[in-house]
Design a protein. Structure first.
Length: 119
């Protein structure tokens, strides 16, 4: 399983970013996918999940209404559109495989991408 996140960077509060995660080495189109994040000194936090066909999105309370998860099974890629970013969104974001859209524990995950939001 290989998962490579990209698209992070330094932005100001209120800005938007779109993260991408390229997947390989497994049957992506039949795998539930998710995004997690970990800020310095904090525990890993669930951000979002999406089912195999791109439906049933689920979000963590802190990002509901601001973030949108999507996927393109033809490109083996999952995305995270992040709007109205806040300084507390600063973290390393990584994508992961999940057992179900209700799972909050990642099965496999790859290298993350750093998002820094300045105030």
């Amino acid at each position: 399983v290989q998962l490579q996140a990209s698209g992070g960077g330094l932005v100001q509060a209120g800005d938007s970013l779109r993260l991408s995660c390229a997947a390989s080495g497994f049957a992506f189109r039949i795998t539930v996918m998710g995004w997690f994040r970990q800020a310095p000194g904090k525990e890993r936090e669930f951000v979002a999940s999406i089912n195999r066909s791109g439906g049933l999105p689920s979000y963590g309370d802190s990002v509901k209404g601001r973030f949108t998860i999507s996927r393109d099974n033809a490109k083996n890629t999952v995305y995270l559109q992040m709007n109205s970013l806040k300084p507390e969104d600063t973290a390393v974001y990584f994508c992961a495989t999940l057992r179900s859209v209700y799972s909050r524990l990642p099965d496999d995950w790859g290298q993350g991408t750093l998002v820094t939001v300045s105030s």
